[in-house]
Design a protein around this ligand. Structure first.
Ligand code: OGA
Ligand code: MN
Length: 291
């Protein structure tokens, strides 16, 4: 296995090991898992892409998340991100499927609004729009390490509230529908996630986060916005330009990501599988202490 650096201080392209190797070979998995813990973002190029191979690869890392209520392909392992409608045509730019893409364009970590947040996401490109539609990444681990120590001390035990509706409401008031609001009530997480394998902390924030325990809402939103701005400064961002055959995997404990806009008249179809966080991944670390 060879690792080629990708982003500013995080991310590697993995060469010499394929996603199929990881699915069937414990040693390949171990090596890739080590790279994941260390580098937070992995890229595999020229891979055999198919739903079942993607699931077999993802499954090696832990339990797979089921898609939430009201998603395309609800209650399956596959999150299908596409602007192709059920009739096989690209949907109009005002369609819910495009609004979902626009919500994904807000900096976020996957599933911080769920009862069990995500350890990792695996994203594959199925149909690319030609240009644009890049995915951007930044390290919340490096962001945490850049924070002044007094702010680190303040945030070590701080707890933020996350909800699906909070990020969707920024795009359109009806984007989160009644079923989703009911199925996804707000959840609270510590504002940092300690990685149990290397003991490095990462800031844990997202477009889904809006309130902080013990702070008034205005100040909480302002602090969250400041942390977000600092974390996502241009020089800290890696832009992934998709090619056919790419598999990108990221650590949701230590990364923020966002999808970039593209010409919505062109099809862009992606498939994501998501691995839930477990106690071994530090899930207890991110749970608020019960007082
Ligand atoms: C995701 C996501 C952005 C993109 O799959 O979780 O946010 O570029 N995707 O498709
Ligand atoms: Mn996402």
């Amino acid at each position: 296995m060879e690792l080629v650096p990708l982003g500013p201080g995080f991310g590697v392209e993995v060469r010499g090991v394929s996603i199929l190797d990881v699915a069937i070979d414990a040693d390949a998995y171990k090596a890739v898992r080590g790279a994941f813990e260390e580098h937070s973002l992995l890229l595999f190029r020229e891979q055999p892409i198919a739903d079942d191979i993607q699931v077999a690869f993802s499954r090696a890392f832990g339990p797979l998340e089921l898609t939430k209520a009201a998603s395309l392909g609800e209650n399956s392992f596959y999150s299908r991100l596409t602007n192709l409608g059920p009739d096989g045509h690209v949907v109009p730019p005002t369609d819910r499927q495009v609004l979902i893409a626009q919500a994904n364009a807000l900096w976020h970590t996957d599933s911080s609004f769920k009862k069990t947040p995500a350890l990792a996401s695996v994203l594959t490109a199925r149909v690319l729009p030609g240009a644009d539609g890049d995915t951007e990444f930044t390290s919340t681990r490096l962001a945490w390490e850049r924070l002044p120590s007094d702010l680190q001390a303040r945030l070590t035990d701080a707890v933020a509230t996350h909800s699906y509706a909070n990020s969707r409401d920024q795009i359109h008031p009806d984007l989160a529908n009644a079923a989703e609001r009911k199925a996804l009530p707000p959840v609270r997480w510590r504002m940092n996630w300690l990685n149990p394998t290397n003991k490095r902390r990462a800031l844990y924030i997202a477009s889904h986060a809006y309130a902080i325990d013990g702070m008034d809402d205005r100040n909480a939103r302002q602090l969250l916005a400041e942390l977000m701005d600092e974390t996502t400064k241009r020089e800290y961002v890696h832009v992934h330009k998709w090619r056919q055959g790419d598999v990108v995997m990221w650590d949701n404990r230590a990364m923020l990501h966002r999808g970039r806009p593209w010409d919505y008249a062109k099809e862009r179809s992606m498939v994501r599988t998501t691995i839930s966080a477990t106690v071994a991944d530090g899930l207890d670390q991110v749970k608020p202490t019960v007082h």
